[in-house]
Design a binder for this molecule. Structure first.
Ligand code: ARG
Length: 459
């Protein structure tokens, strides 16, 4: 037999493989609760404008209640012949309540229906992601506040550069995440318009109330153009771009956690519950969680490219191509949420090893720039000071010494303005404390930056 849903125009049934090939119910069922929510709003609106009777609306809602329960308890009979989540639910509704079920689709198309469902889904997803992101930020900021005097080497090129405090490093992570929060919030705001009423592409001949459905579903307004409403998935792309950046940030943190937990660095301990062992090497404790997060960044980046490529060159209005938006989008959401959850649990639980960090900061001439700045304060031009200190460092490299271990007489050999007060500026504590301005690594600055960061979380 031809399809119950559009069989009228067809002379032969859909090819069995084509039916499976074009169906999406195996994955778009993730939209079921949003689809039901949208249908309730649409039915209420059709009732308010007199297209449906109160009785019909009531039985639609009753039928949708049953369907929601069937889906939740995995009792729902998903059928490939019904293609997607929308037609599975609608056909089941008609089975349950009869003719009123057939009227639900009045003034509506799957095109505006799916555009609505994805927006509702993504709005919920963003809210959950923002919650986990905030939980992670809160943990990072607390750890930063506890480590405003914990000195570690700061790196450029992964070579020791200048001393910083661990709290300052952590607050750098927080800044990245704070921008991610902003990007996701922007995306949420832009996608929060209701496509219902656009119908297939041109609108509908029924006297619909788009303001009503928009308000019922918590959208800020109806979309302004029916053709655009059913076709563009830019909001999904925008979300994936924000998610890819967020994951990129998590991958950078992951890389640092992996390096820091190695025996060579030994800056932190990651609790056993976030690590796994080796089946052959009894001594191993591997930082699997950050490694996996680093790896999962690749999936999200891939999904972003998939969605961009899917949308590229599509003519107005809806095209079936867009059915392919769902799996990448759902996986972006799931992956990002899982990674945030893992990080929000793990990061606050790491133990910084202050002694190791300090030891690492003592090698590599981390205070060489402080010595150059000292010479500038004594009257040298910065380029000349740079040259003098470069020679002192070269001497230390040959003599296997550190700058602060050189006798004053030796230091004075590099420049006569050097005096006893040089030893204070060569200390790690002196170095960090001297960078005492907005955004600098001085412990006092880091403490107030942590307080300010925590306040910004009360959004
Ligand atoms: N399953 C479809 C999708 O996800 C729903 C819209 C189908 N519309 C259509 N005209 N075939 O895009």
């Amino acid at each position: 037999s031809t399809s119950d849903l559009w069989g009228g125009r067809f002379n032969e049934p859909t090819d069995a493989f084509v039916q499976r090939f074009t169906a999406s119910h195996t994955f778009d069922r993730a939209l079921a609760s949003h689809d039901i929510r949208g249908s309730r709003a649409h039915a209420a609106m059709l009732t308010a404008v007199g297209v449906l009777s109160e009785d019909e609306c009531e039985s639609i809602n009753r039928g949708l209640d049953i369907i929601a329960k069937e889906i939740e308890s995995s009792q729902f009979d998903w059928q490939v012949a019904r293609e997607d989540v929308h037609m599975n639910i609608e056909a089941r509704l008609t089975e349950l309540i009869g003719d009123a079920g057939k009227k639900l689709h009045t003034g509506r198309s799957r095109n505006d229906q799916v555009a609505t469902d994805i927006r509702l889904y993504l709005r919920d997803a963003i809210d959950r992601i923002l919650g986990e992101l905030t939980r992670l930020q809160s943990g990072i900021i607390d750890l930063a506040a506890e480590n405003s005097d914990t000195i570690m080497p700061g790196f450029t090129h992964l070579q020791v550069a200048q001393p910083v405090v661990f709290g300052h490093h952590l607050l750098a992570w927080n800044e990245m995440l704070e921008r991610d929060f902003g990007r996701l919030s922007d995306c949420r705001q832009r996608l929060n318009e209701c496509p219902l009423g656009a119908a297939a592409l041109a609108g509908t001949t029924f006297p619909i109330d788009r303001e009503m459905t928009a308000a019922t579903l918590g959208f800020s307004a109806p979309t302004r153009n029916s053709l655009d409403s059913v076709s563009d998935r830019d909001f999904a792309i925008e979300f994936s771009a924000a998610a890819a950046l967020l994951m990129t940030h998590l991958s950078r943190m992951s890389e640092e956690l992996v390096i820091w937990s190695s025996a060579q660095f030994d800056f932190i301990d990651i609790p056993d519950r976030f690590c796994t062992g080796s089946s052959i090497m009894p001594q191993k404790k591997n930082p699997d969680v950050p490694e996996l997060v680093r790896g999962k960044t690749g999936r999200v980046n891939g999904h972003l490219v998939a969605l961009l490529t899917l949308m590229k060159s599509q003519p107005l209005a809806y095209n079936k191509d867009n059915q392919e938006d769902k799996e990448p989008l759902f996986d972006c959401v799931g992956t990002t949420l899982d990674c945030l959850r893992a990080f929000a649990d793990m990061v606050p639980a790491i133990t910084p090893k202050a002694e190791s960090m300090r030891r690492a900061a003592l090698v590599g001439f981390a205070t060489a720039t402080d010595l150059a700045d000292y010479l500038v304060r004594k009257g040298l031009a910065f380029r000349d000071a740079h040259e003098v200190v470069g020679k002192a460092v070269a001497h230390c490299v040959n003599a296997n010494s550190t700058l602060e271990a050189l006798p004053l007489e030796t230091l004075r050999g590099f420049h006569s303005v050097i005096a006893e007060d040089v030893f204070e500026i060569l200390t790690l504590e002196g170095s960090v404390a001297a960078r005492d301005h907005l955004g600098g690594t001085a412990p006092a600055q880091v403490r107030s930056a942590a307080v300010a960061a925590k306040q910004r979380l009360q959004r």
